[in-house]
Ligand binder design. Structure first.
Ligand code: SF4
Length: 76
């Protein structure tokens, strides 16, 4: 299982994660912050759990690209 987490409140809307992983992230036109697609929100932590391990490659690029370090990814 791949688990990706976004601490959305701290997003500065730079768009890097969308460029690195458009299959995972999309900018919100409402508030200018990124949206982790298909994620569930628990107290500001948006989490996507998926059995698709092909998400890891560009997920990790997004983790590295985020200037405020609010994206994490792990394989469990
Ligand atoms: S890279 Fe980080 S700060 Fe930039 S839009 Fe994505 S989550 Fe927000």
């Amino acid at each position: 299982m791949v688990v990706i987490t976004l601490q959305r409140d701290k997003c500065i809307g730079c768009n890097y994660c969308v460029e690195m992983a458009p299959n995972l992230f999309q900018m919100s036109k409402k508030d200018g912050k990124t949206v982790l697609l298909k994620a569930t929100n628990a107290k500001g932590f948006h989490t996507l759990k998926s059995p698709d391990h092909t998400l890891v490659e560009n997920g990790e690029l997004a983790v590295k690209a985020c200037p405020v370090k609010i994206i994490s990814i792990k394989e469990v």
